[in-house]
Design a protein around this ligand. Structure first.
Ligand code: NI
Ligand code: MN
Length: 227
């Protein structure tokens, strides 16, 4: 079974199985890279890695429109309930849950998670998906951490890693992350959305493919790959 992953720029992905649409960090409004707007998006589940506006994004509006179940840490779950979103499933770091479409485990991420209104958003996370025999790791916003090696021990088919620098890992540390995780494939993300995170993903791809066994997929916002 193949999974279709569409990138909308920044950290935002839509993962599609045969039956289910999983939307990760739905940043459309204010995202200069996204070729679509929030009202054009359908989702069955929305996963939110942390409370920052460029990741929480249009979660409330899309959840209201689609009725999608929102998966996040417990603190963001509580904040969403206060906003009137009641189709929510809280998890927390280290915990996995089996959904009808597969399993997701929340992983550590070294970052912040304050919500746009100043509310406490708990700890940020990444996501480790187990879907139809595939293992996908979306690091979301994080610096480099050595425990990426533990995540890699699971045998990762595809890793989605930030390379933008300034707010997250930059190209050098993202290359070190690939060496720790040893994924079969990588997609670089969280770059070129804003001036402070300008990077050349093709130059990074050359370095990664020279120094590791991973295949790098540099994709354009709105494009997809199949895994
Ligand atoms: Ni952030
Ligand atoms: Mn971010």
């Amino acid at each position: 079974m193949t999974l279709k992953l569409t990138w909308y720029g920044h950290a935002c992905f839509l993962i599609e199985t045969n039956q289910t649409k999983l939307l990760i960090d739905p940043f459309f409004s204010g995202n200069p890279l996204s070729p679509v707007t929030a009202d054009q998006i359908e989702a069955d589940y929305i996963l939110v890695s942390h409370g920052h506006g460029d990741h929480l994004g249009d979660t409330v509006a899309i959840a209201q429109k689609t009725g999608a179940t929102v998966i996040s840490n417990f603190e963001i779950h509580n904040w969403l309930i206060d906003k009137g979103i009641d189709n929510v499933h809280p998890q927390h770091i280290g915990g996995g849950f089996d959904y009808p479409w597969g399993r997701v485990k929340l992983t550590i991420a070294h970052h912040g998670s304050g919500l746009p209104d100043g509310s406490y958003g708990g700890n940020p996370c990444g996501f480790l998906f187990y879907i139809e025999g595939k293992k996908l790791y979306h690091a979301c916003d994080t610096g480099l951490f050595y425990d990426m090696k533990l995540i890699g021990e699971e045998g990762i088919d595809l890793a989605i890693l930030p390379i933008g620098d300034n707010f997250t890992m930059g190209p050098d540390d993202a290359l070190r992350a690939v060496k720790l995780i040893e994924p079969a494939q990588v997609i670089p993300v969280h770059y070129n959305t804003f001036d402070v995170i300008r990077q050349d993903p093709n130059a990074w791809a050359v370095r990664v493919e020279k120094e590791t066994a991973a295949k790098v997929n540099v994709i354009q916002p709105g494009d997809f790959i199949k895994v």
